[in-house]
Ligand binder design. Structure first.
Ligand SMILES: *Cc1c(COP(=O)(O)O)cnc(C)c1O
Length: 416
């Protein structure tokens, strides 16, 4: 496509799929198969030479289908389509967001290395870093939301391990308070610690914003990670993950995936191909609804504070970074209810349409209490520093009619 580039949403139904290879079927079938038949022994040999990196690919050659742990049409088509949103060279899909994250951390960190990461991280990621990486001797520095890049520089210098800095791992906007981190700023810092033979990598978990409105690779990050369970899957009916980046890094990610065997199943990949067809319309509607809900909460007498990118005040640092880095505010809205846990629970227990559940980014709206649920494992002192208090309620806004959402939130607040 040289003369005209279609937008990603226009390509989600067809890109990467050749009907003539599947009896003309308009839709990609589920390739529910473990292995693939080689035409000749010579072909099998050639495929394995590429799969194991025994020789360079010749210009027109493509890695043929071998075995579904290595490759499968449903996975490959899904990966090609996901590349369009983030403008990535390549993508690898995983059986969960956690398997995508742990595979990246395992591939690019080794004992003695230093990892710098932003707080608060997703609970599972935090656990993997604190418990598993610690056990294998990876040093870590956790950055608090209010710390500037200059302060982080100082922490790295003071650690005495600056020469071992291997990766900066970020989650932005942060869950659950939408605190926004300047990806470009951290990418510049990573460059300042890189040398000719060692590039300090920046990896960004982009789950909370989703693949439409924030493109970390375009801001200087090297890897972008997703829990595809959230917006990409979008219907609360599957668990999956994805990693995207340049060709060289993705060869390493895919190789480790082959040997850990944590690729997604063909059926789950197929479900995600369906999901991608509506990703744009779903997320457009979710964001529109979320803005309406946030605006409503801002005016409510029982609400103390609203944490939403669409209500950030102009002129603040957060607003500037948001404007530089994101093109829409997303569908995650948190707020402080006046009172404490009792009032928050009263609100949650009285919702009728919005369901009381963790997870996010799906078609149905969800509500939860971060302090006692998603962030129950975070140290009390750290939780306070991150505004995760008894009063905080998190909402993931879905595609319902906004009037119905407001009705539900209003009647639940009335009961408080
Ligand atoms: C859900 C989530 C994960 C973990 O993904 P799973 O698919 O549940 O393994 C990682 N990061 C963030 C930000 C998440 O919300």
């Amino acid at each position: 496509m040289s003369a005209y580039d279609f937008n990603p949403e226009s390509l989600m139904m067809t890109y990467g799929y050749k009907p003539e290879l599947s009896e003309g079927a308009i839709k990609c079938p589920i390739f529910q198969t473990s292995t693939f038949v080689f035409k000749t022994a010579e072909e099998g040999k050639a495929f394995f030479e590429l799969a194991y990196g025994l020789r360079e690919k010749s210009p027109k050659e493509e890695l043929g289908l071998i075995y579904s742990r290595i490759n499968n049409p449903n996975l490959e088509i899904l990966e090609n389509r996901l590349c369009l949103w983030d403008k990535a060279d390549d993508c690898a899909v995983f059986e969960s967001g956690m398997s995508a994250i742990s595979t990246v951390l395992l591939e690019f960190l080794k004992p003695g290395d230093l990892l710098v990461y932003s707080n608060p991280l997703y609970g599972g990621t935090d656990h993997f870093i604190q418990h598993f990486l610690d056990k294998i001797g990876v040093h870590t520095i956790g950055v608090m939301p209010n710390q500037s890049i200059e302060e982080v520089h100082e922490l790295i210098e003071k650690s005495g391990k600056a020469d071992r800095l291997a990766m900066i791992y970020l989650e932005t906007p942060a869950n659950p308070t939408n605190h926004i981190i300047d990806i470009e700023g951290f990418a510049n810092m990573a460059s300042s610690y890189s040398t000719d033979d060692k590039k300090v990598l920046v990896a960004v978990d982009n789950t909370y914003m989703g693949p439409l409105w924030q493109h970390p690779l375009q801001c200087g990050a090297d890897l972008v990670l997703y829990s595809a369970t959230k917006y990409i899957g979008g219907h609360s009916d599957l668990i999956a993950g994805a990693v995207l980046g340049n060709k060289d890094l993705m060869i390493r990610v895919k190789t480790l995936r082959t040997f850990l065997g944590n690729m997604v199943s063909p059926h789950t990949a197929w479900l995600m191909l369906r999901s991608l067809e509506t990703l744009k319309v779903r997320m457009d509607q979710q964001t529109e609804n979320a803005q309406i809900v946030a605006d409503y909460l801002m005016t409510h007498a029982k609400v103390k504070k609203v944490y939403y990118l669409g209500v950030l005040e102009e002129g603040t640092k957060g607003y500037e970074t948001y404007k530089k880095q994101c093109s829409a505010p997303g569908a995650m809205v948190s707020f402080d209810i006046k009172g404490g846990e009792k009032e928050a629970f009263k609100f949650l227990n009285n919702l009728k349409l919005v369901k009381l559940a963790v997870s996010l980014g799906s078609t149905e709206s969800l509500a939860e209490h971060p302090k006692t649920m998603t962030h129950a494992g975070v140290e009390e002192k750290q939780r306070e520093q991150m505004d995760i208090t008894d009063q905080l309620v998190r909402l993931s806004i879905g595609v319902e009619h906004s009037k119905d959402l407001l009705w539900d939130i209003e009647q639940a607040l009335e009961k408080v």
